[in-house]
Ligand binder design. Structure first.
Ligand code: ADP
Length: 405
């Protein structure tokens, strides 16, 4: 059993995802999810050695209750002593964090003040941090920011065409998200290319419930489709992606929407769900399309066209291109979406092998490019591994890792 594992925590407003990862190999010793928190249906599922343990959570059904049950199981499974530190996914690090940070009072205050840029996410991440400080008081905690990888974007990519003081005084700029995922798959592609990441030029498409495309030049993010908030860019499960900002005035002035209505519309009722009028779930829509649902087909077609358009637009950010990467639940599994996207990228010399594209699903990664094409990989993302690795690396460089007690 590893004595140097990192407990990775991804805390949302009503859920906590956790896994215990060996940082050198990415092996998950244990993983699980607490969900429906703050309701009486709160429950926890823990997976260990292919067995699943389920339990309802006691009152007050909160994040702390979930972590208390997790700690109980970690003791039962004899895993507590193998945890050397806790790594937290934190959504918004603003301009302050281009690197992981050892959590201190100052870092907590910074995460709190950045909540104005990520009001749904940063407060939830802080709840997780505080709950872990109680549950694992002797362990160091590290924050890994979803925005950090994109801090290399130049001003021409991160500025909006808005008055400059909004950026200078209020931080209104593009930050991007999914950074750990884009970084992980880029590193994997570098291995495929057999050269250092710092010499790789890539475009990665992370397609899950949230979606983004990133241009990576010499191993660094130089542009990405998500902006100051997770609404910009691609069409997503329930988010609209780019819309004409003038539509908001139309909704408010002509159609009587409140600010909250607009927020709900753009974040929760749009995207695949809004266009299909059926579901936000790609798999459900593909099934419906195969059964003749033309609205589902329309939603998927708009979705794919926008992905292709973003990928093609990033040719303006790069001078060379080693290949394209698909990742995330849709990118890793939907051969239909990949085929539809790549079909529209012939001008960039992308063509798929139909056979390889069909094979690369359900955890099977690979290069799905035809022989006359640039590289096109399907790579399963592993954000937890990046969080474990970066937590481990930060602590190894600043202090000795806790040894067995
Ligand atoms: P999250 O962003 O919440 O982590 P995921 O990365 O798990 O989400 O992606 C969820 C999306 O992946 C859903 O739209 C789901 O339908 C889609 N997906 C998962 N498996 C398949 C599949 N076999 N075919 C098509 N889409 C799939």
């Amino acid at each position: 059993m590893g004595e140097n594992a990192i407990l990775v925590i991804n805390c949302g407003s009503s859920s906590v995802k956790f896994s215990l990862i060996q940082p050198e190999t990415g092996l998950a010793l244990l993983s699980g999810l607490a969900e429906c928190l703050l309701t009486e249906q709160a429950k926890i599922k823990i997976k260990l050695n292919n067995e699943q343990y389920k339990e309802t959570l006691p009152s007050p059904f909160d994040h702390q209750a979930a972590l208390t049950v997790l700690v109980k199981h970690l003791h039962q499974f004899n895993l507590v002593n193998s945890i050397s530190a806790v790594g937290h996914r934190v959504v918004h690090g603003g301009e302050k964090y281009a690197e992981p940070a050892l959590i201190s009072e100052d870092v907590e205050s910074a995460i709190e003040s950045l909540a104005k840029l990520a009001p749904l996410h940063n407060p939830a991440n802080l709840i997780g941090i505080k709950a872990c400080q109680k549950a694992f008081s002797d362990l160091s905690q590290v924050a890994i920011f979803d925005t950090a990888f994109h801090q290399t974007m130049p001003a021409k990519a991160f500025l909006y065409g808005l008055p400059y003081e909004l950026y200078k005084e209020h931080g209104v700029r593009r930050y991007g998200f999914h950074g750990t995922s884009h970084y992980f798959v880029a590193k994997q592609a570098a291995q495929q290319l057999n050269k250092p990441l710092s010499q790789c030029n890539l475009i990665s498409a992370h397609l899950g419930n949230g979606c983004s495309v990133t241009a990576i030049k010499n191993g660094e993010s130089v542009d990405t489709s998500l902006g100051m908030t997770p609404v910009e860019g691609l069409m997503m499960g329930t988010r609209s992606g780019d819309v004409d900002a003038g539509i908001i005035f139309h909704l408010v002035e002509q159609l009587g929407y409140s600010v909250n209505d607009v927020d709900q519309l753009l974040n929760k009722k749009s995207g695949l769900l809004g266009v299909s009028q059926l579901s936000n779930d790609c798999r459900t829509l593909e099934e419906a399309m195969l059964n003749g649902d033309t609205q589902a087909e329309l939603a998927l077609t708009v979705f794919c066209y926008r992905i292709a358009k973003y990928i093609a637009s990033f040719s303006a950010s790069l001078t060379e291109l080693d290949g394209l990467i698909f990742t995330g639940g849709i990118g890793e599994n939907s051969s239909w979406v990949r085929a539809k996207v790549v079909e529209q990228l012939a001008l960039l010399n992308f063509h798929l092998s139909e056979e390889e594209n069909q094979k690369a699903r359900f955890g099977k990664s690979g290069n799905i490019a035809a022989s006359n094409s640039r590289n096109c990989w399907v790579i399963a993302t592993n954000e937890e591994w990046v969080i474990a690795e970066q937590t481990h690396n930060l602590l190894s460089s600043t202090q000795p890792i806790k040894t067995e007690v």
